[in-house]
Design a protein around this ligand. Sequence first.
Ligand SMILES: *Cc1c(COP(=O)(O)O)cnc(C)c1O
Length: 354
Amino acid sequence: MNENGDQGWAAQSRLDLDGSALVANWQALARLSGDAATGAAVKADGYGLGAREVVRRLAKAGCRDFFVAHAAEAAAIADLVAPQSISILNGLLNEDIDQIRARGFRPVLNSLPQVRRWIEGGGGPCDLMIDSGMARLGLSPEQVAAPEVASLEIDTLMSHLGSAEEDTVRNARQLSVFRDICAQLPARRRSLANSAGIALGPDYRFDLTRPGLAIYGGIPVPSMAQHVRSVVSLSARVLQLRELNTGDAVGYGATFVAPHRMRSATLGIGYADGYLRGFSNSGSCRWHDIALPVLGRVSMDLLIVDAGNAEGLQEGDWVAVDYDLPTASRQSGLSQYELLTGLRHRSERRWTDS
Ligand SMILES: *Cc1c(COP(=O)(O)O)cnc(C)c1O
């Protein structure tokens, strides 16, 4: 059965999700985080994998801090974990204040108006974001001195690294700015590192780390490859096999033309399943150990591959779509984050926990 509730119809693409790898990745990140506690970013529906499936498994493994972007995402997992363990990164929109407070979620206050609104509404535990150098969300270091900030009951004081996956002085600069703020502002805990930030070493760990990508099998920096297992595998069904003659155009826009006689397979997966057009003429699939390179453009619902070496491949067979995240990122020009969050629910989803 697929998640849309349809029953009995054949799936054309499938997402296999490895719950054991997900948990093992979080545990590896917890080890790499040393004495710091390790949370989990589960925003954007658990990076596309399904927030509830992710949160249930990580909570069981001992994770006690979950970071979402929207208040609605907090509500969607609120029955699975304690409300005070859910932190809302995108901050506080006026309409949400009363509900956030009533439900006991932690808003991440990102601006002085948000700080004022939170205090005027009665205050209570909250998180506070400092912009240490990426000009996105958070109080500037100067704003921290505002008197209203001193009256906050700060659970987690945090900042976010803008270039953690790069070897650049910007990391040390952000670290230094954040340390200065930590020395000025009392808080129960301090938190700076995302997945790549954990790999920057002990100075970046503080009391709590906030990995996302690496939990889901992404490899933000090469040194993490040895600690992270793949969680997501994608496969698609063969809908048709064709013989191509020399000169035959393949797919929309004829971006591939058969240079000789070939055999192609048309698969039931396309960009509407999250297999985006960046894989046109660059992605690949596999049947057993045989490579099936993508031919021409990815269509909305269909993909054409070279099945010349796959003797014995038949209509109805399943083939694996190569979706190893670092490789697929290079092939498609999409980030590993986009590859995960773009996955759709039209594919049948299967979690296994071995
Ligand atoms: C998304 C996010 C994270 C997780 O980052 P990854 O690079 O996926 O590990 C951590 N902190 C904040 C503020 C975020 O927005």
